[in-house]
Ligand binder design. Structure first.
Ligand SMILES: NC(=O)c1ccc[n+]([C@@H]2O[C@H](COP(=O)([O-])OP(=O)(O)OC[C@H]3O[C@@H](n4cnc5c(N)ncnc54)[C@H](O)[C@@H]3O)[C@@H](O)[C@H]2O)c1
Length: 259
């Protein structure tokens, strides 16, 4: 199985921290040159600096198409091609006023989450595909969530955005396959990051409740998701197209808790 990425050129959005940063690190370890991108300029530049000579940073807000186009343009200007596009940038809201049922769900929260999580992934996929069609090759990986596979309460905007990312990716997989481009999705379960540590895992009782849904009884590590992304980016996944690779420790495969 050839999971090597020597001489490949990749972009990872939302790469200043968390899953995106880990994905960038993994792609570099497998031999790729990686352009990290994020709205957080200082943290993004620092993340790239820490990853060595094959990492660089270009700031970009994925909600703005012209910035995404510039990101792809800068990458192609420097490396002459783009082989791997990882659309990882995403937001959710954990403010108590946003964790409400749909009839009270703030319109602004809905709009912003759709704009970043869904439209941002479309922007990245579209801009990458325009270059990859010219090359007649490429791999696009969109990061969705288990929330796009099974609905969760009190997060209607996030659930809708992530479900749409999965279906959008399938549509693009059908369209782009004749051009030698594969489009796949990675859907993480509950992954330990600075954000989720504070939200779910700092409090023992809360952590126990979350883990009671997860057969493997642990949160995912960012490297678990990065491994799935790197696999789908590689030639080992040459015949995998339009797939949603769920990386959730078994969370969505059935009911873990006893009746
Ligand atoms: N951590 C989890 O448990 C989990 C679970 C399921 C899915 N996910 C998904 O994985 C992806 C990464 O999540 P994470 O946990 O690493 O989150 P994170 O908040 O740690 O990192 C997200 C990064 O995206 C950047 N970002 C936010 N808005 C942006 C924009 N408009 N343009 C460019 N960059 C932007 C942030 O600055 C940040 O660096 C997201 O799409 C998220 O929905 C995470």
């Amino acid at each position: 199985m050839d999971t090597g990425l020597n001489d490949k050129v990749a972009i990872v959005t939302g790469a200043a921290q968390g899953i995106g940063r880990s994905a960038a690190e993994k792609l570099i370890a497998r031999g790729a040159a990686v352009v990290l991108s994020d709205v957080q300029r200082e943290a993004g530049a620092a993340a790239a600096a820490a990853l060595g000579a094959r990492a660089s940073f270009v700031p970009c807000d994925v909600a703005r198409y012209e910035e995404v186009e510039s990101l792809v343009g800068a990458t192609v200007a420097r490396f002459g091609r783009l082989d791997i596009m990882v659309n990882n940038a995403g937001i959710n809201s954990n403010r108590p006023e946003d964790r409400v049922t749909a009839e009270r769900y703030p319109l602004e929260t809905w709009r912003r989450i759709i704009e970043v999580d869904l439209t941002g992934a479309f922007h990245g996929s579209r801009a990458a595909a325009r270059q990859m069609v010219l090359q007649k090759s490429g791999a696009i990986i969109n990061v969705a969530s288990v929330a796009g596979v099974v609905a969760l309460r009190l997060q209607v905007g996030y659930v809708a955005a992530k479900a749409a990312v999965i279906r959008m990716s399938e549509a693009m997989a059908c369209e782009l396959a004749p051009h030698g481009i594969r489009v796949n999705v990675v859907s993480p379960g509950s992954v330990l990051t600075d954000g989720t540590r504070e939200l779910f895992y700092a409090d023992a009782e809360k952590a126990r409740r979350v883990l009671s849904f997860i057969p493997q009884n642990r949160p995912g590590e960012t490297r678990d998701i990065a491994d799935a992304i790197a696999f789908l980016a590689s030639d080992a996944a040459a015949y995998i197209n339009g797939h949603n690779l769920i990386v959730d420790g078994g969370w969505t495969c059935g009911f873990t808790r006893d009746f």
